[in-house]
Design a protein around this ligand. Structure first.
Ligand code: CTP
Length: 410
């Protein structure tokens, strides 16, 4: 392949073998979609999508049978999946055209040439193919200028009805723009704005919105993508909300998430954290309604705990600590950024790692082990948080005064 290839040698070998069989069967085979874009950009991508001009299930069946690989065929979609002996999964499709019965619907499909197959795709950078057929291995098929648009750093649709036929592309355009720091090409931007204004996102099946939003929430640059979604009115159109403080809160999130992960070793699922950033201005019932609408019910515990925390005032550090203790972690992370409490919460949780006294100290004071230990340790820790007890020495003095009888104090 002529490009800055980030594919493992075994994968290239596998592609050559598939291309060789395709040639023998009178078919043509191509790498398509995201992997071609990423090969040209020198980025890693492990999702191998192959499109066959011919019949993908027939090719896969023959290839897998000859090698003893597992495969699965989906005849109604003319697609198949191959699993090699090393467990690598490769998706195969038959080149096809798509017809949309109404905006946002799942498309109806029929066989087509590679160029027609590329034409049904979303953006020029995603509408390229790299041929793997023997004799043409490595040939780039780029009818819409995808390579040029990678160089120009633009997201460009292939035809003017693209967003109307598939409004999910509105979300995808902003996701790729955010991920690669690309701009929307002028006409694409205009048509995207028109489609958003026209309310087309409301026609998109909510299951597809779930998948696309789910992908967005997992992106490294999720913050930038959400900012774009806010700027273009996409969040509002989906029913989400922002307020005057939104950009400020969102801008604090990456650092806050990083701190909880790196300094406290918390496992943080960033998806509910960032989802909260477009829900918090709404009343709780509306937020929960949106979770149901877009099938994110799994994030309910995070949303519920955030709303419990939302209005809480915490003058004293000990109250702040009690508020966040045993709460859903994602809710705590988001609330920290939302309230701008990063420094205070950092201080508190760092102190939690080194409490002034331990059970061992209580034993030394001859206090018989009992549930009272927990109570004393907590009591001392809260006073330590509030600056009333500075160190171990003061803690021991306080315990003696408060918890020991006259006899025990000797
Ligand atoms: N595609 C499209 N319109 C959509 C979804 C997908 O045209 N609404 C096409 C694009 O050609 C895309 C390919 O299908 O490249 C594969 O889709 P997907 O796996 O969702 O996207 P990738 O481009 O591979 O993106 P990612 O890097 O996020 O996996």
């Amino acid at each position: 392949m002529p490009h800055n290839l980030k594919l493992p040698v075994q994968t290239v070998r596998l592609l050559e073998e598939i291309g060789s069989l395709a040639e023998k069967m009178g078919y043509r085979a191509f790498l398509v979609g995201g992997i071609v874009r990423d090969i040209l950009m020198g980025r890693e991508n492990l999702d191998i999508d192959i499109t066959v001009e011919g019949d993908a299930p027939t090719l896969v069946k023959k290839f897998a049978t000859e090698r003893g690989y597992r495969y699965h065929i989906y005849p109604e979609f003319m697609t198949a999946q191959l699993t090699t002996d090393t467990g690598l999964k490769v998706d195969f499709a038959t080149t096809r055209k798509e017809k949309y019965s109404h905006p946002g619907a799942y498309p109806e499909v029929e066989r087509a040439t590679i160029e027609e197959d590329l034409f049904r795709r979303d953006f020029t950078i995603n509408a390229m193919a790299l041929e793997i057929t023997e004799g043409s291995f490595g040939k780039l098929i780029d009818p819409f200028g995808g390579e040029r648009d990678i160089k120009n750093k633009v997201i460009k649709i292939l035809h003017k009805d693209s967003f109307v036929e598939d409004p999910i592309r509105i979300l995808r355009a902003l996701r790729f723009a955010g991920r690669f720091r690309f701009k929307l090409e002028g006409e694409t931007e205009r048509l995207l704005k028109t489609a958003v204004k026209g309310g087309y996102l409301q026609y998109a099946p909510t299951g597809r919105v779930n998948l696309e939003l789910g992908n967005t929430l997992k992106e490294d640059r999720v913050k930038d993508i959400l900012l774009l979604m806010g700027r273009y009115g996409v969040l509002e159109s989906l029913g989400f909300a922002t307020d005057d403080r939104w950009a400020e809160v969102l801008n604090r999130l990456p650092e806050t998430v990083r701190w909880f992960k790196d300094s406290l070793g918390w496992q943080v699922d960033t998806a509910p954290v960032y989802l909260l950033s477009v829900l918090y201005p709404l009343p709780e019932e509306t937020a929960e309604g949106l979770l149901e609408k877009y099938h994110f019910e799994g994030y309910k515990p995070a949303i519920k705990d955030f709303y419990l925390l939302k209005g809480k005032e915490a003058e004293k550090n000990s109250d702040l600590y009690k508020s966040i203790k045993n709460r859903n972690r994602e809710a705590v992370v988001f609330w920290t950024a939302y309230r701008g409490l990063g420094n205070r919460i950092k201080g508190i949780l760092e102190k939690e790692k080194e409490k002034p006294i331990s059970g061992k100290d209580l034993k030394e004071l001859k206090i018989p082990p009992s549930p009272l230990y927990r109570e004393i340790i907590d009591d001392v820790f809260y006073k330590h948080l509030d600056g009333e007890i500075k160190d171990r020495e003061e803690a021991l003095r306080y315990i003696k005064q408060t918890y020991l009888s006259e006899g025990q104090k000797q």
